[in-house]
Design a protein around this ligand. Sequence first.
Ligand SMILES: [Zn+2]
Length: 429
Amino acid sequence: MKLLITNALIIPMTKEGLSLRGDIGIDGKHIVFVGTGNPSFTADRIIDGSSFLAMPSLVNAHTHLSMGLMRNYKDSLPTLHAWLAEIFPIEEKLTAEDVLLASRLGIIELIQSGCTMFTDMYFEPQSTAQAVIEGGIRGSIGVTLFGALEENKARVEESEKTLSPYLAQAEGRLTLNVAPHAIYTCTQETYQYAADWARQHGRVFHTHLSETKKEVDDCIAETGMTPPAYLAKIGVLQEVKSMLAHCVHLTEEDIKLLKTFDTTIVHNPSSNLKLSSGIAPIASYLNAGISVALGTDGASSNNNLNMFEEMHIASLLGRVVETSGEKTTPYQVLEMATKRGAEALGIGDQIGTLETGKEADLLLIDLKKSHLTPLNDPFSALVYAAQSSDVDTVFCQGKIVMEHRKVCTFDEGQVIEDVQRSWAEVLNR
Ligand SMILES: [Zn+2]
């Protein structure tokens, strides 16, 4: 299938401030040109892009897709730890079927807000993998670890076996990562095993870190070190691609230390605000040369998976939380939501920008909206004014997964009904 998008306002995310008006050619999975059209390219379908902005689709670099089941549930607890104490017992009741239904719902929500790639950390990973295949988007599925080494060794071995057929049929859209939950739920040996496994298999290592002041204080009381220093001391961050979710509370020494590793900090501002964890000073991390990506966290601590809303909140917070006068720019926040997430996941050569040779993961945003008129600076418009409902059409690997706001790969009404039934059953278990 050859697709041609004509005369769109294109934000390729290849160079700060670059926007151009032109065409995008897609042949099968790949982008074959951006900007100037190729006269010999005969498209099977032509899409008039003149009222649209085309940009790379978004990467949600930290979520727990199936926590959508617990959306708007036990919301008024004072801290992360009080909230987790309510959520963990509910999670113990969830079945693989519940996780499948919730993953389908989450993927619909991701697609509707322009996201075609996410990193997940949850139980029953084969259910989420199945939903990724059905939904036609991408996912990096975390083999999620809790507790002591022996149970986690068995969990990883079993997950590798269970997930292998899904990886084989996903046409490159599915990858695995290893995701020890947090330093307060996993032992030192579990962390070391996870990092070894990631190195051995060339996978990403993903964990929550320095999310709350309590986590940092407890770690210092137990080990004499901050959480990043502790992970470095036990040999976890060395020679591995790591994604550290939150990092709300880092010291100057932590920042210097993390810069020496292949680390991406994943900013989850909505969740940090809602759980009263604090505000991560992202501008200072960026200024120190640390890569930062963006995530929504789970929909029970957010309470949605809307990456446009997340960009908006990150942009606003990035203007008020500053160290030495540093402030985030709209372009930096857009990078966090696109290419930085792709790079963190080791697929920066496939997606994250609009370039010839990359796979065609992109969005068309409807610019005929009152709140986008006049457009003036398109980068400002995307982070300060655009809504996820402005995303009109979404492509993943060259295929249309949403067109004119209708998700093509799932029956949205059916999925909503299924999830409502599933949650009612969970509450009665
Ligand atoms: Zn999380």
